[in-house]
Write a protein that binds this ligand. Sequence first.
Ligand code: PBG
Length: 326
Amino acid sequence: MRNRPRRLRTTQAIRDLVCETRLTTQDLIAPFFVRDLDDQGGSYPIESMPGVLQYSPERVVAEVSALVARGVQAVILFGVASKKDDEGSEAWDSSGALQRSVTAIKDELGDSVYVISDLCVDEYTSHGHCGVLDDRGHVDNDATLEIYQKVALSHAQAGVDMVAPSGMMDGQVRAIRDALDGELRHDVSIMAYSAKFASAMYGPFREALGVNITGGPTDRKTYQMDPGNGREAIREVLGDLKQGADVVMVKPAGYYLDVISTVARSVSAPVCAYQVSGEYSMIRAAAERGWVDCDQLALESALSIKRAGASMIITYFAGDLARVLN
Ligand code: PBG
């Protein structure tokens, strides 16, 4: 037998030499949920996502700082509302938990951390949709764009490095780019949640944020993509790049590796992949039962996302991975 692939697997040294994909802490973006909390400890566990906590704007600075010390240089922040209304007005409140967290983190850590903000309103609307509703209870695309512009400016004012619109409204990237440029904030980047699928994988996240979709349709199928549509992802990505997106995203990640791969080969813009709450909690739950090794599976899942073509990965395992990789 001449062809013996096992020859290149005999020792760690040769395995390292032929290794095709390496995961590092620099590939990772850590999500943080921020919220005004009565409890002075400044943290609140999320039942559906074991090991993930919500933090107060005061406390989150120390948590981010600890992660940066372990080599993770980027975070994405999600604001949790203290009050909800039809428009989600807390989303653009300059004294909201998200805005204060951004400012506190940048004041303390400066450019040693890249701060991204999730830009949407579903965490803040009483009906739980990612936009405002019209008279008939449908999500009103263009009225929502004006709201996103206000939210973007409030995040920019707070000092964010990059905004990440996740609402899947048509034209959202252009609307946000226009609003930022109108205030001469060319420095703020945009990561578009371009190919975001209407997935059942967001369950634990919605649980975490207390998002209940009640108004109009009780799902997001009129704005998020059909899970079977791979080609349509390219249409979304190209549209977002034309509108001014700096980075495009595929979400969820693990069940959509083919989409990540196709997008990465189709465009030259960096591709981010979001390993979402359901992907995280499934691994955690199985590990709690002793059925899988959490660290090893977290590593393997992230590695497979990178192998597919993602140049950055949003994952709730960021802290665990930093520990394993160091
Ligand atoms: C919506 C948003 C969602 C997530 C990020 N931004 C949920 C949704 O679309 O319902 C999900 C993230 C996750 O599940 O980890 N603003």
